[in-house]
Design a protein around this ligand. Structure first.
Ligand SMILES: *[C@@H]1O[C@H](CO)[C@@H](O)[C@H](O)[C@H]1NC(C)=O
Ligand SMILES: *[C@@H]1O[C@H](CO)[C@@H](O)[C@H](O)[C@H]1NC(C)=O
Ligand SMILES: *[C@@H]1O[C@H](CO)[C@@H](O)[C@H](O)[C@H]1NC(C)=O
Ligand SMILES: *[C@@H]1O[C@H](CO)[C@@H](O)[C@H](O)[C@H]1NC(C)=O
Ligand SMILES: *[C@@H]1O[C@H](CO)[C@@H](O)[C@H](O)[C@H]1NC(C)=O
Ligand SMILES: *[C@@H]1O[C@H](CO)[C@@H](O)[C@H](O)[C@H]1NC(C)=O
Ligand SMILES: *[C@@H]1O[C@H](CO)[C@@H](O)[C@H](O)[C@H]1NC(C)=O
Ligand SMILES: *[C@@H]1O[C@H](CO)[C@@H](O)[C@H](O)[C@H]1NC(C)=O
Ligand SMILES: *[C@@H]1O[C@H](CO)[C@@H](O)[C@H](O)[C@H]1NC(C)=O
Ligand SMILES: *[C@@H]1O[C@H](CO)[C@@H](O)[C@H](O)[C@H]1NC(C)=O
Ligand SMILES: *[C@@H]1O[C@H](CO)[C@@H](O)[C@H](O)[C@H]1NC(C)=O
Ligand SMILES: *[C@@H]1O[C@H](CO)[C@@H](O)[C@H](O)[C@H]1NC(C)=O
Ligand SMILES: [Zn+2]
Length: 410
């Protein structure tokens, strides 16, 4: 195994501190997608590992978990932005900042000139060239089933459960998480989940300059392409924070904007702002609506997360009830008959009719095995525990941990 190349961004002291912290929680590290998928101890699941294709590509990305800008020598990104920027409105200015601080009391919410969802729940752009957001599900009595903020390092129990239930979902992945946890991202696509982007660093998009908002979307797509071999065609704005300026950038990148109608607020439980009981009430109310006919002509989407044990366990706990109450639970793309979910045409989703008649699996052409590296033996016991620690820590993960990331939810 090669030594990881530590980025020059890290000071030796920072690396040392991380190594010390790591040894305290040291557990074995995963060596492949299949190996990672077998780990059941969340501490081991979340032990950093080395994945060469990511480490080798880091120079081409913004700093993990930091607000994105176009990488200075990335002429490809610059050219794409030069092209897209021509159709991005310049009369819509950034709102507040990227932390969701909107002192912008001057915004006319009643007129809502920017179709700013965060203020008005607007999903039909004022700019006539833009398509409407996907906010509900055209199929009656159907739930568009999906989870934000993954891949989470400790998601195995949750993904095992989905596999047992033969249930697929739409996973809205954060670019920085994909590079931190590539094997977990691979597990999602290989088990037939639909992958959409959820930005690079998970900030409020309408607070970015247009060029930086482009970088947030572009590098999240690039991270997914690097690790999964496919380019997503859908995204969900963190906190739902989108307006026509951001929609135009997403549209330029070929990304369909997907929002929601109901929020479980599962993401707020860890901040202590909301109790578990309140989250259960939100799920119960959603189910009550399904029971009282609210979704009889049009299905719905509820915001839920692959964020931490609470959000994933709540999803597991409520799955049987959702399954009983809704006629169908399907990935958003399946509900839309979006059989080609990625730019690459060697991967397809079943149609809605195929899915509900039992064919829930994606068809991926086997000519080239997926770029996800699942070729190494899945059953052999990993012997990585005796590999020196420094060789097994991904420099990517060092980046997140050194920076002391406090992940924002939604
Ligand atoms: C940008 O520069 C870095 C090193 O500074 C290099 O590794 C990388 O390949 C360059 N990227 C491009 C697109 O030229
Ligand atoms: C932008 O790129 C698209 C697709 O490559 C091309 O069709 C279009 O002409 C370009 N637009 C401009 C203004 O360069
Ligand atoms: C919002 O207002 C507060 C208090 O007046 C101020 O500290 C903060 O800098 C303002 N934020 C922005 C984005 O204007
Ligand atoms: C994943 O979930 C665990 C708790 O189960 C949490 O400690 C961790 O910070 C989460 N985040 C990521 C990025 O995996
Ligand atoms: C908690 O909720 C209050 C009121 O809804 C909100 O202003 C605040 O930002 C929330 N705090 C966190 C940490 O989410
Ligand atoms: C269905 O239940 C929800 C939640 O309890 C309620 O807000 C809504 O008004 C009800 N709708 C109908 C048609 O009964
Ligand atoms: C949540 O944590 C508990 C206790 O460690 C564990 O038994 C359970 O499987 C976890 N649930 C999920 C969905 O990860
Ligand atoms: C999906 O395809 C089915 C079967 O052709 C059709 O009934 C349904 O209306 C389609 N849904 C959408 C959203 O296009
Ligand atoms: C399931 O759907 C995929 C994708 O449309 C298709 O390639 C495959 O043949 C179907 N399998 C069955 C058993 O119908
Ligand atoms: C998978 O689907 C694509 C697009 O529908 C199709 O061209 C390809 O032949 C299918 N491959 C297999 C193995 O079914
Ligand atoms: C699809 O094709 C892309 C390149 O065009 C490749 O990177 C990827 O691994 C392929 N995926 C599958 C599932 O075959
Ligand atoms: C895939 O995994 C095998 C075994 O761990 C390794 O030898 C190979 O270099 C990996 N390939 C890539 C592209 O990561
Ligand atoms: Zn989110």
């Amino acid at each position: 195994m090669r030594l990881p190349v530590f980025s020059s961004k890290f000071t030796p002291n920072a690396v040392l501190v991380v190594l010390i912290n790591f040894s305290a929680v040291y557990a074995r590290t995963a060596t492949s997608e299949a190996d990672e998928a077998q780990i059941t101890d969340p501490v081991e699941e979340c032990t950093a590992y080395y994945y060469a294709p990511v480490t080798d590509a880091l120079d081409g990305f913004p700093t993990i978990w930091q607000p994105a800008t176009i990488v200075s020598n990335d002429t490809e990104a610059q050219n794409i932005w030069a092209n897209i920027s021509q159709s991005v409105p310049t009369n819509i200015l950034p709102h507040g900042d990227i932390y969701g601080d909107w002192n912008d009391t001057s915004y006319n919410v009643a007129e809502d000139p920017d179709c700013w969802w965060t203020k008005s729940l607007c999903t039909t752009p004022k700019l006539s060239t833009l398509p409407a957001d996907v906010a509900s599900i055209p199929e009656p009595e159907t739930m568009g089933y999906g989870f934000d903020d993954g891949p989470n390092c400790s998601h195995n129990a949750f993904y095992d459960y989905l596999l047992e239930q033969n249930q697929k979902a739409t996973m809205f992945f954060i670019g920085s998480n994909v590079l931190d946890w590539p094997y977990e991202a691979m597990r999602a696509i290989d088990e037939g989940h639909e992958i959409c982007a959820h930005t690079w660093s998970h900030h409020y998009m309408t607070g970015f300059s247009s060029e930086d908002a482009f970088a947030e979307l572009y590098y999240s797509m690039k991270a997914i392409k690097l690790v999964l071999g496919v380019t997503p065609t859908c995204w969900r704005p963190p906190f739902g924070d989108v307006d026509d300026r951001i929609r135009a950038i997403a549209e330029g990148l070929g990304l369909q904007t997907i929002i929601w109608q109901y929020d479980s607020f599962d993401w707020e439980e860890q901040s202590g702002n909301i109790t578990a009981a309140q989250v259960y009430t939100n799920y119960d109310n959603f189910i009550a609506r399904a029971e009282n006919g609210t979704f009889n002509t049009e299905g719905s989407i509820m915001l839920t997360h692959e964020l931490n044990n609470f959000t994933m366990q709540t999803a597991v706990t409520y799955y049987p009830k959702l399954k009983d109450t809704f006629k169908y639970l399907v990935p958003v793309g399946v509900a839309l008959n979006k059989t080609q979910p990625y730019v690459e045409t060697n991967y397809s989703l079943p149609t809605f009719d195929e899915y509900i008649s039992g064919n829930v699996t994606t068809n991926s052409s086997s000519s080239s095995s997926s770029s996800s590296n699942s070729t190494s033996s899945s059953t052999s016991q990993s012997s990585s525990a005796d590999v020196p620690l420094i060789q097994t820590i991904s420099s990517v993960l060092l980046a997140s941990i050194t920076l002391g990331i406090l992940m924002l939810a939604v």
